[in-house]
Design a protein around this ligand. Sequence first.
Ligand code: GLU
Length: 404
Amino acid sequence: MSADIQRLNRRLASAQPSATYRIMDRVAEHRAQGAKIISLCAGEPDFDTPGHIRKAAIDAIEHGHTRYTQVAGVRALREAVAAKFRRENGLDVSWQDTLICSGGKQVIYNALAATLDEGDQVIVPAPYWVSYPEMVQLCGGQPRIVTCDADSGFKLTPAALEAAITAQTRWLILNSPSNPTGAVYHREELHALAEVLLAHPHVLILADDIYEHLIFDDQVFQTLAQVEPRLAPRTLTMNGVSKAYAMTGWRIGFTTGPRWLLEAMEKLQGQQTSGACSISQQAALAALDGPKDFIRQSRAVFQKRRDLMVKLLNNTPGLECLTPGGAFYVFASCAGLIGRTSPGGRVLHTDEDVAHALLDEANVAVVHGSAFGLAPYIRIAYALDDASLRQACEAIRDFCNALG
Ligand code: GLU
């Protein structure tokens, strides 16, 4: 066998595995060994998919929706997606301006793969979702990380955006509400960013709105192409049913944007996964066309949990957090823990050490902030019932109190 047989693609070889999935795998390993772990690491709602959506999927199987669909998705779902963008986001789109993918991740990956060439830059505000820079890199581009610290509410400022744009900038990725910080960009903030972008017509914008419906305190969600319609011809607005309808495992993401880009993404998808799962498409159709009370209810539940978590975490020595405006994450500074020694005798040099020690010694799983591009922090997903959240915060507090 040739010594070279295990040679991997250069870009893949230098990419990191998904940090969120790595921790989820570690949780599964600990559980398999009998440990009782409270997992605050997975970014997915803890609720079941609503009954009428599950029923639509069963009906889809019974009625023979079991074959390939069109690559871009079935017409009925594309119409429902277009109606959603018109109704909820004020975007003037028809079904031909939409594309259905196998999860939000595929929307983002295909958009980048369809447009990036060697040397192209993508502005990624940090803290960012773990997969953005890796996807950019896998697609041949260069992530240009712009750090947005707690002082700016973890949000990109117009000045920082202006300073990051170069002749090589191909995309800006904007995620609101944000994973991992829960930061929400308000209308005026989007306006100010739009002013900068209008002056740089070579930059495409990816608006990742996957947490759109998880927005608290009666704030009104706004997306960039709605706030500044002049940017719509170069904005890809993406969303999905995962977070809004507790459908993470169904793998349905969708998007709208300029047709040249959607057509390129469709061409790529046609040589790759083809249409998204036919059953899941029918389920997503039931979600988008059906009652919306689930969204209201889960938003209210998450807001209460957020309040609980912010209170408990800010009462924990060594931790400190802002109050996030959306999503289901708290991004807490653990600067006060760095340099200390855990009850198990490990020196906490980094936030990754903190996350590992919490898992091994306190049986609580969180994701280290450095995976999201800002340290020392930990991301705490509060997609669990109140009793488990209280128990987890107690275990974290006991751990912090016992540090040497
Ligand atoms: N978006 C979720 C998270 O951040 C799911 C895991 C992933 O795809 O990264 O935890």
